[in-house]
Design a protein around this ligand. Structure first.
Ligand SMILES: [Zn+2]
Length: 481
């Protein structure tokens, strides 16, 4: 008989305990003691929980002094011992696996940052934290403003993953949003930075509409990476060599260390002083033409200020300057699960209850679904799951698209998902956005470093009651606020 532990949130199972470090203990026969055990483990005897011979509590919930060794070496509980160690008492009891889909390297530097950030996060209302994972809960009344601002300032999105339990096909409204109508994306070869500060470009593209440009194919740890933000800021994350040769004023990268000498130069191209004839402008022009003629392959998208203008104008501009420009689309992948078990989540209880899983478990589940490594059998007995007889929940759509996805598209997707979760009465929907690995920024002008690629992503889970959960990594969360 395989044993698993019946304590909420405990994932201990004899099958995975090869070294036999754990022992599993039956409930005491004494009525009063038995009641004390069920009270301590926060469960109630009833239809959902019946105590049988094989209903066990694992040794992780007892103190060392609760045990005695028998002559045969077996570990037995002392008479009258009561479980007292729980996840809701001490975090040290967690048995979570490292999050493979949350690829964050730990450095000593990040450790100190970690403590500082956690203190900050602890002060925030409706914020939950575990390891590097941060959860921010928004109620329906406050959600839109905050969440739009958050999404719209994450400019360079490389992939969007959508998970919809209870659905087989990507809803039409989402398909439409993903066409990015009126927001064409181009790959332009060898764009000289001097062209981006030409008066015509500044006037017609920087100043009007919303422009998104990012160098493509350059590595943030070893090469120069540049981005032109819709705010008109040109962000250059440069190697020491480029920085010194360019001769423009910048500052040391926050990820500068003995092995990686990097510098960040930010120019506000829309500043009043940034105009031909003025000192700043002339100095930058000199740097980009006489000092160092920098050029990069770039991804470009321009959302025009008026519907009379086409978003392709920006491509035409580069072509008339002799540059190669090609339209790029999105590549997608759909995975439909037909017999998946979906965890029960209570939007108001991020820490979980006996009947619902906590935010970390949900995050793990979403990660497993998106990387197609879900195995429902493994979940049995660990997470509260919808019964398979509830037919609608046996399907689950996992969709991912990659390319250059504008924040406006992500915003539209999230708004559509909010309608879908209500209209179709789904338990929840999830949307995960990954930023580009080599973008110089994460949120707005916040620096993106080579050490923390994993921080450049976020996940929203939307519930039918209007509540939304927003997951970020601690590093990312802090650089946003
Ligand atoms: Zn246990």
């Amino acid at each position: 008989m395989a044993h698993h532990c019946c304590v909420p949130f405990c994932k201990n199972d004899a099958r995975y305990d090869r070294e036999k470090l754990l022992s599993f203990h039956s409930f005491p026969k004494d009525e009063n003691l038995r009641k004390e055990w069920t009270m301590k483990i926060k469960r109630d005897e009833g239809p959902l929980f019946r105590i049988r011979k094989h209903t066990k509590v694992c040794s992780a919930h007892f103190k060392a002094t609760d045990f005695k060794r028998t002559l045969t070496g077996r570990r037995d509980l002392r008479k009258g011992a009561v479980p007292s160690m729980f996840k809701w008492v001490s975090k040290s009891l967690e048995h979570h696996q490292p999050r493979a889909h949350h690829n964050v390297q730990n450095t000593t530097n990040q450790q100190s940052v970690h403590t500082e950030r956690s203190n900050m996060a602890a002060k925030m209302v409706n914020t939950y934290r575990s390891g590097k994972l941060i959860l921010d809960v928004s109620k329906s009344s406050e959600k839109d403003n905050k969440c739009d601002k958050f999404i719209l300032s994450h400019y360079f999105n490389f992939s969007v993953g959508i998970i919809i339990p209870g659905v087989k096909e990507l809803p039409k409204s989402l398909k439409k949003a993903l066409q990015q109508d009126g927001m064409s994306v181009y790959f332009v070869k060898q764009v000289p930075l001097s062209l981006l500060i030409s008066p015509f470009f500044l006037e017609n593209f920087c100043r009007k509409g919303r422009l998104y440009m990012m160098s493509h194919g350059t590595k943030i740890d070893t090469e120069d990476c540049v981005a032109l933000l819709p705010s008109g800021k040109l962000v250059m994350n440069l190697t020491k060599d480029t920085y010194e040769r360019l001769g423009l004023e910048g500052k040391k990268s926050q990820f500068h260390d003995t092995r990686h000498h990097r510098y960040v130069v930010i120019l506000n191209l829309l500043d009043a002083s940034f105009a031909p004839g003025k000192k700043t402008y002339e100095r930058v022009k000199w740097a980009f033409t006489d000092r160092l003629n920098l050029f990069y392959n770039m991804l470009v998208s321009w959302i025009p200020h008026s519907c009379d203008v086409s978003s392709s104008s920006v491509s035409t501009f580069f072509e008339t300057h002799g540059l190669f420009s090609v339209l790029v689309g999105l590549k997608d992948k759909t995975n439909t699960f037909t017999d998946i078990k979906v965890p029960i989540v209570n939007s108001q209880e991020p820490n979980g209850t006996v009947e619902s899983c906590d935010f970390e478990d949900l995050f793990d589940w979403l990660g497993s679904v998106s990387c197609d490594c879900i195995n429902s059998d493994d979940l049995n007995g660990f997470l509260p799951l919808y019964e398979a007889s509830d037919k609608i929940l046996t399907n689950c759509l996992s969709y991912e698209t990659r390319g250059f996805i504008l924040p406006q598209t992500v915003q539209k997707l999230l708004h559509d998902l909010k309608d879908i979760v209500v209209d179709q009465n789904l338990p929840f929907v999830a949307l995960t956005v990954h930023g580009f690995n080599d973008t110089p920024t994460t949120w707005d002008t916040r620096e993106h470093g080579f050490q923390n690629n994993g921080d450049n992503l976020y996940t929203y889970v939307i519930f039918p009651d209007g509540t939304s959960w927003c997951y970020t990594a601690i590093g990312a969360f802090d650089t946003f606020i």
